[in-house]
Structure formats: C-alpha cells, structure tokens
Design a protein around this ligand. Sequence first.
Ligand SMILES: *Cc1c(COP(=O)(O)O)cnc(C)c1O
Length: 424
Amino acid sequence: MKLYNIKDNAETINFAGAVKQGLGRGQGLFFPENLSPLANVDALLELPLVPRSVAILQHLIGDEIPKDTLTAMVEHAFTFPAPLVKVDEHTYALELFHGPTLAFKDFGGRFMAQCLATLSSEGKITILTATSGDTGAAVAHAFYGLPNIEVVILYPEGKISPLQEKLFTTLGGNIRTFAVQDDFDACQALVKNAFDDEELKAAVGLNSANSINISRLLAQVCYYFEAVAELPAEQRSKAVISVPSGNFGNLTAGLIAKAIGLPVKRFVAATNANDTVPRYLESGNWDPHATVATLSNAMDVSRPNNWPRVEELCRVKGWSLSDIASGALNDEQTQDALKRLFAKGYLCEPHGAIAWDLLNKERGKDEVGIFLCTAHPAKFKESVDRILEQDIELPGPLAKHGAMESLSETIPADFAVLKAKMMG
Ligand SMILES: *Cc1c(COP(=O)(O)O)cnc(C)c1O
C-alpha cells in the first residue's frame, strides 16, 4: 500500500510506515494513493465478517502483509459481531458496541494494536493519544500488557462520562493517563506538539493511536460492508448511512468503503452543537467555534482532524462535498430524539440518537436508512437513566472498572509539563 501526505504530496510512505509514524511532515495526514474498486463486491457481501474483512483489508493494504498473517490479525481484532438491528420497516441500527470497551473504537483500536505488534521491529514504542471519551478505553484495553509498548492517554478533565473515564484510568501497568485541564481540542493540540518535538519523539519512540492513524480507519471500513451485507438483498442499493461524527474518522472510513465499491447511496454527517462541518457544508466557510460540552461528549470536537481526508477523497473521486448530507442537534433536541427512539422500542444513547434523528430528516421515501450506534447505552448511564427514567444495567466490564480507583494525574494544557512527564 502506498500513501501520500495530503499537505506535501511528495512525501510517500508504505502502510507499515504510516501506521508507525501516524502523521507526515507539517502534521499532514497520510492518504491512500490507490482506492481502486473491489472486483467482486456481491460475492464479498455473502461472506461472514472475518473472511470478508480480510479480503477488504488485503485489497487496501496489498502484499505488505501476507494473507495468513493478516487473517490471524483480523481474527484477533474482530472477536465480536456488529449486528444490524431493525428499528422499523426502513430503518436499521448498526450496533458497533459489542467489543470489550463497548464502543466502535474497539474495531480500530484492536486492529491497530495487531498492526503495531506485527509491524514494529525493534525498540520500545510509546502510543500517545487524545480521547474525547471512547478511544482511550479501546486503545488502553487493546494494548494493555503488550511488551515494549507504553500507552499515554490525554483526555479533557471533567468532560467525559465517569464510566468512560474509569474504563481506561484504572488499568495501570503500561497505561498512563492524564486528565488535561482544558477541552478535547487542547488535548489534540498537545499530541500535535509532541509529534513536532524531535527530542521527545526519539526518546520515547512516539506513535499515535488517534483516528488519524490509517490502520484504525481501514479497520472501520470493514463494518460498513457488514452493515450492507446484513440488509435484505432487495434493500442493498438503497442505503443511506448516518454517522454520528466528532473527529470524522468514522465518516472517512464510510467514504473509503464507498470509494472501493460498497453500494451506499450517500452519507449523513451528524453532529451535536459542535457543528463546524454542517455549517461549513452549508456556507462554505470553515469557522470553528469554541468547543462546547454536550450530552454526546465523544463528538465534542470543533476542529475535526480527519476532515482534510474527507475533502481529499471527494477531490480524487470527483465527488461533490454537497453530496454529503449533514445536520446538528443541540442537547435538548438530542434528549427528545432519545425519548422518541425509546418510544419506538429501541434503547439508544445520545450519539446514536443524533444519527437516527438526522437520518429521519434526510432519508428519501425510497431509501433505507442505517444509523451507526457508536456506544453501548450503559456507557452513558447517568444521562440515559435520567432522560428515559430507566435504570439500565451495566455490562460486566463497566461494572468491574466502575468500582476501581482512577490512577490518572491531572495536568494543565501545557506541552512543557507533558513532555517532562513523558521523558521522566
Ligand atoms: C469517537 C466517537 C464518535 C465520533 O467518531 P469520529 O470518528 O471521531 O467522528 C461518535 N460516537 C462515539 C460514541 C464515539 O466514541
């Protein structure tokens, strides 16, 4: 697989390099040079998740990883299903939260861990990642206990749900966590600073597990195929997929799936009040506001890192940005959507409910709608219980970690402080 830096097209790299390096020169994102269509999509849609995902990843990655190795990697990473649940005649929920940390981040996090374990040769590496809530847990659990890998996770203090936080701050061992006294965008900025610091990079063998890492995106491409595969055959060409979006990695993966031949009509980019993208698609002006805290905190991002990839994909494919539908809900509308969806018999959480509501507004009469359910409702137990007047049960892993002590350190959003902690 060959990739180029979007900011500096002369810089090219193979898959292994892009996975290990994360970002290119000038903090540019790597982008696949070849997104040629799969030859046999109909046949692929008949396969189970794991063999189909191996075929898709092999098409994208090419001969850099032998098929047997790739198969073993996918078998280790994708150990849980992604069921498509029917909500009504023309609406389905794709449940991406059946992994060990109960959010879709498990797909990317676990495949990335497999990639690094397979592709890194010598020396210690440090995975530095910023999380708006769920990446932290997925990455921490995927890398916990792996030899020669140190994980450092930054998150905005007080801005993620207590259960989300406990899931990754209680592990210890090779997982270090810092609560940053600022918002998620500030955490992302610290990660970028770190990658610009040659001394730190060399000293700790820095690597990123953010959704900027190409291995995570490629893993996510696979479940878009699963969604369409689970639709009744006669509905497969009519699908509109609504993606609850924060950093826009998930939507990027969906667009890559379409680029390589998945029959999806179009996508809906659904956000909360952090609506930089919907406003941009409407007006053409890129005008991020300050990030605000919402009920759907994993989407509290006003400067989405993956957006340049969406633009690049549209550019190389000759697609118009205006083909991406979009919308935003504030917290009041989110609560209302969650209640209406519950009244239809489907228990969801704020992120999925936003995607569902905006899908309904957007879906045409002859279209079939799929909305992505990115987290288990129990991960947002406080809000979901309050809004729906329920007392939902915590699944095993959450109950266990919820009762443990957080091992996090609090730091200001100051790169010098972070660097000292990481070097020390
Ligand atoms: C990360 C996350 C999102 C946003 O996904 P992006 O790829 O950052 O757009 C949405 N919902 C949940 C529950 C998440 O954890």
